[in-house]
Design a protein around this ligand. Structure first.
Ligand SMILES: NC(=O)c1ccc[n+]([C@@H]2O[C@H](COP(=O)([O-])OP(=O)(O)OC[C@H]3O[C@@H](n4cnc5c(N)ncnc54)[C@H](OP(=O)(O)O)[C@@H]3O)[C@@H](O)[C@H]2O)c1
Length: 288
């Protein structure tokens, strides 16, 4: 199976390269942005017709929420119009498109975890740009999997887990806000995406590790797993310099996979323990 990966240098892209790249029978091609720039439609169509993949895994995006808020043209150009071109190019060669979307399509007011059947209502430019991209994928490329995930973490890259561990290492205070979602380990997601292709039940899927947690509770869990006192964590009321509003509570429920009887995801705490171990840290496994 020949696979074209966009965003191969990103946090999720690296996990896809690790998991999919070691899969027998998978030929993974991940052109750098210089060869496939989502802001340049002709490059998108050229790359897809040259590579002729059976599957396109579209993980590239402007994923920095505040950057999208500051520059909506860039967000809609790359995240929405770039995705639309990729969907059209996929349709032209009969490829299956897997598009990675986000919990930020929701406004966070539901109170319980969001399923695929809940109505999106983004509160920021990033969320809108991804929701409009979902719509293009649905209408332009019938063979699609739109996959919403949330709060990615990995043993590499810049995100809440690596920032928190770095602060603990430096002896700086750690903490988090009350914003709540479903932290998701990129290596679990990469495996789950592979399994999606088992059969062509195209459509919309939520794929996140199980559980809903706030940033503050996540910081407490990281402290406890590293043998520190969770009470060290500071409850923050906000983060300065943030331009974009966020949904307060946007955890995802993998409802369609549940209904299909094939939800492969585990609790976020188990995945976090594995992530910290892969970062070379000694982890205390907590009984939940
Ligand atoms: N991070 C999260 O918590 C989260 C949560 C939910 C959903 N998602 C979605 O998951 C996907 C992966 O996120 P991530 O955190 O792995 O992102 P990331 O680490 O920020 O990586 C983004 C990737 O997109 C590429 N890219 C950016 N602009 C591009 C352009 N104009 N043309 C081609 N490639 C471009 C980047 O390439 P360069 O290296 O060249 O910049 C990089 O490989 C995204 O679709 C994101 O919206 C992320």
């Amino acid at each position: 199976m020949r696979v074209l990966l966009t965003g191969g240098t990103g946090m999720l892209g690296r996990a896809i390269r690790e998991v999919w790249g070691s899969q027998p029978g998978v030929e993974l091609l991940a052109p750098p942005r210089a060869e496939l720039d989502l802001a340049h439609p002709p490059q998108i169509f050229d790359a897809v017709s040259r590579i002729r993949p059976e599957v396109i895994l579209h993980a590239a995006a402007i994923a920095d929420v505040d950057r999208c808020e500051a520059n909506p043209d860039l967000a809609f150009r790359v995240n929405t119009v770039g995705t639309a071109c990729l969907a059209a190019a996929a349709q032209r060669i009969g490829a299956t498109l897997i598009f990675i979307s986000t919990d930020y399509v929701f406004d966070g007011t539901k109170g319980t975890p969001y399923t695929e059947f809940d109505r999106p209502n983004p509160v920021n430019v990033y969320g809108w740009s991804k929701l409009q991209a979902e719509e293009y994928v649905r209408t332009l490329c019938p063979r699609h999997f739109v996959v919403r995930t949330a709060w990615l973490f990995a043993p590499w890259g810049q995100h809440f887990v690596t920032h928190t561990v770095e602060r603990i290492r430096k002896g700086e205070p750690v903490g988090g806000i009350a914003q709540t979602s479903s932290p998701t380990f990129v290596l679990d997601l990469a495996q789950a995406l592979l399994r999606l292709l088992e059969y062509p039940a195209y459509g919309l899927y939520h794929i996140a590790n199980h559980g809903a947690v706030s940033r503050y509770e996540m910081a407490r869990t990281i402290l406890a797993m590293l043998g520190r006192d969770p009470e060290e964590a500071v409850r923050l009321s906000g983060i300065s310099g943030r331009r974009a509003p966020r949904p307060d509570r946007s955890p995802l429920r993998n409802y369609v996979l549940e209904l299909q009887g094939r939800d492969p995801m585990r609790p976020w705490t188990e995945a976090l323990a594995e992530c910290l171990e892969r970062m070379g840290l000694r982890v205390r496994h907590l009984s939940s």
